[in-house]
Design a protein around this ligand. Structure first.
Ligand code: ADE
Length: 247
């Protein structure tokens, strides 16, 4: 994407995004966001604490949803109804499925899929979400392009592609290959497609931004939580660079 394209995306976002929501599954992922807030107030809605403040002068709301698609959906719907963000970014760590990426690099969504959604015995394609009749839900391309440009400027490698979510920590070559082959996904995690599904039905822009923590093949680091803290630093840098570009 050339500079003119990025400028057009940036202008679109600057005119339409006044408040950004962040949804993370784990504490280490949320910390990577909330440490960027200038000051924070906390509002509890239902089971969730929402952190309110500004990042680089732009209104932001952030929450830890918990692990998995149901918690992510609860959080996204509550955030939309209560705080009306113009864009929701689901951020955190993920497993790598791409040959162009390595651990520490960042996967950005062009679309999301639910790899564990399967009504194929009824004649549907694997992954089809009945009700909206889609397998892939497209995410916000302007946000992905601006995020990628911001990442380039700070020297972090990234790729834009399909991100696959399911209620499973992917840790075998068989599962990894299934998700790659079936959906052409570059990364796997457990919440992004759920956030995307909720955003889609509510007409809210969304993007999934995931720093890669493992190769989704069973060779994950022994101390995964400690490793998440380390890798989440790149999510934090990415978010800061994105919000700075928007400001
Ligand atoms: N989050 C980080 N790594 C993951 C993996 N391998 N599978 C699902 N979610 C993840």
């Amino acid at each position: 994407m050339n500079n003119t394209g990025i400028k057009a995306s940036l202008n679109t976002l600057r005119s339409s995004v006044k408040k950004v929501g962040f949804i993370c599954a784990m504490d280490c992922e949320l910390d990577a966001v909330t440490k960027l807030f200038d000051s924070v107030t906390i509002k509890k809605v239902g089971p969730t604490d929402f952190y309110l403040g500004k990042i680089c002068g732009i209104d932001a709301v952030a929450a830890k949803c918990g692990v998995g698609k149901v918690f992510a959906a609860i959080c996204a719907q509550t955030m939309i109804l209560t705080f009306s963000p113009d864009l929701i970014i689901n951020t955190g760590v993920a497993g790598n499925l791409s040959k162009s990426l390595k651990i520490g690099d960042v996967a950005l969504s062009s679309a999301v899929v639910q790899h564990d959604m399967d009504t194929s015995p009824l004649g549907d394609p694997v992954g089809l979400i009945s009700g909206i009749n889609m397998t892939e839900i497209k995410s916000d391309l302007d946000s992905a392009l601006v995020m990628q440009s911001a990442l380039n400027e700070i020297g972090i490698n990234s790729e834009i592609g399909v991100i696959a979510s399911g209620d499973q920590f992917v840790a075998s070559s068989e599962k990894k290959e299934f998700i790659k082959e079936t959906f052409g996904a570059i990364s796997c995690e457990m919440e992004g497609a759920s956030v995307g599904h909720v955003c889609f039905v509510n007409g809210v822009r969304f993007l999934v931004v995931r720093a890669l923590s493992d190769d989704a093949d069973g060779a994950s680091p022994d101390d995964f939580p400690a490793y998440c803290v380390k890798v989440s630093e790149n999510s934090s840098k990415a978010i800061y660079a994105f919000m700075k570009a928007l400001s």
